[in-house]
Design a protein around this ligand. Structure first.
Ligand SMILES: [Zn+2]
Length: 381
């Protein structure tokens, strides 16, 4: 056949496309029409099927089950089997395994070859004979392997103490299916502006703002029209977070890793978005842990909440916040048990001019915390 003819045939070759988002070569790959719920790891339609959207697995950890391979099974190498009764029962079930793989309970685990060790830990699918609890009847069984057996018993048991025992040998690991990204693979391959939804949550709030403000350039007119309202909402929310001094956080940070001040400022940022009025907010040192540079932004946010028609009661030691307040209450005279009395109250100016208020004197600058003449030496190592 001439090359020209071949090219013609190739050009005219039948090509199959699917209107159902399916791949003709890989029938297991089907893309459904994307829906919002598929982009949420809280929804079963979006969550990674292995970790159910958590991104990590609490799984049996081989290094905890076998702390030292120098030991033999008889000598307690499998730390999970911590009683003599259990060890005896397990060993009885392993007779056929030992015969088949040619090892025994007295060999240190580091002397086993890879096949022997794998079969011990992860099982062997072939049916073997084992004796029942009483050691009399012989039944067919499969050596499940130390880890699969532990996994099954952990899920079967109703006893909390048994569960607690198993949990000592488990640890948190990144989900191997989604590699910690929490969504199904199909959804992770949907990209906007070059990144997928999870990658967008891995940007810091500051970088996320830049990304979403500039994304319009990459969209067609039609896409811009569709995205307009959504983008406005995303940018607004990121700005609220930015304005309370949280620009360095990323949206994928888990709540448990936030400091008290950060968590409080996030709640504050969501409140501004809610646009509620007539609410009394009680805040305990919202400026805690905040860089001086971001303090002004935080105060601006508090004023915005006030201007929406809310009341804010703020417990604070920060000078700028005190001066920015509409009404200041100085509690004292001392700290802890020495306090409990209202020493002065009024506008910040009134408190500053109240001779009873120590805080007022400091705010006015009459009293200062002097920089000590003798500073501690900085020792660099
Ligand atoms: Zn996963």
């Amino acid at each position: 056949m001439k090359e020209k003819d071949l090219k013609k045939i190739q050009r005219e070759a039948e090509m199959v496309f699917s209107s159902y988002g399916a791949c003709t070569n890989h029938p297991e790959v089907v893309f459904e029409e994307p829906e919002p719920r598929q982009f949420s790891f809280n929804s079963p339609f979006g969550a990674c099927p292995t970790c159910l959207g958590i991104g990590s697995l609490f799984e049996f950890d081989e290094s905890l089950i076998v702390p030292s391979k120098k030991e033999s099974i008889a000598n307690g190498a499998i730390a999970l089997w911590n009683s003599k009764i259990e060890l005896n029962w397990q060993v009885r079930g392993m007779t056929e395994l030992f015969r088949k793989y040619n090892f025994d309970v007295f060999i240190p685990l580091n002397e086993l070859n890879d096949d022997q060790y794998y079969a011990l830990m992860h099982g062997d699918n072939q049916v073997i004979k084992r004796k029942n609890y009483a050691g009399r009847e012989v039944m067919d069984a499969v050596w499940e392997g130390v880890i699969p057996q532990a996994r099954r018993l952990f899920h079967q048991t109703d006893s909390q103490s048994r569960k607690d025992h198993f949990q000592k040998f488990m640890s948190q690991t990144t989900c191997p299916t989604c590699r910690g990204k929490r969504l199904r693979e199909n959804m992770l391959s949907v990209k906007v502006g070059g990144i997928n939804i999870i990658e967008s949550t891995e940007l810091s709030i500051e970088k996320g703002l830049v990304f979403f403000r500039n994304i319009g350039e990459k969209l067609s007119e039609k896409e811009k029209f569709i995205a307009k309202q959504i983008l406005k909402e995303i940018i607004d929310r990121l700005e609220f977070l930015n304005n309370v001094g949280l620009s360095y956080l990323n949206l994928s940070r888990s709540a448990g890793t936030l400091s008290g001040g950060e968590a409080q400022r996030i709640r504050l940022a969501t409140q501004i978005g809610a646009q509620l009025t007539g609410v009394l907010y009680v805040l305990d040192e919202p400026s805690i842990g905040l860089h001086q540079r971001d303090n002004e932004k935080l105060i601006g946010t508090l004023e915005k909440l006030r201007d929406l028609g809310n009341t804010l009661l703020v417990v604070e030691h920060d000078e700028d916040t005190m001066i920015a307040s509409d009404y200041l209450i100085d509690m004292g005279p001392g700290a802890g048990v020495e306090g409990g009395h209202i020493v002065a109250s009024g506008t910040p100016d009134e408190v500053m001019n109240n001779p009873n208020s120590v805080t007022g004197k400091f705010l006015k600058g009459v009293e200062k915390i002097e920089i000590p003449k003798k500073r501690r030496e900085v020792v660099l190592e």
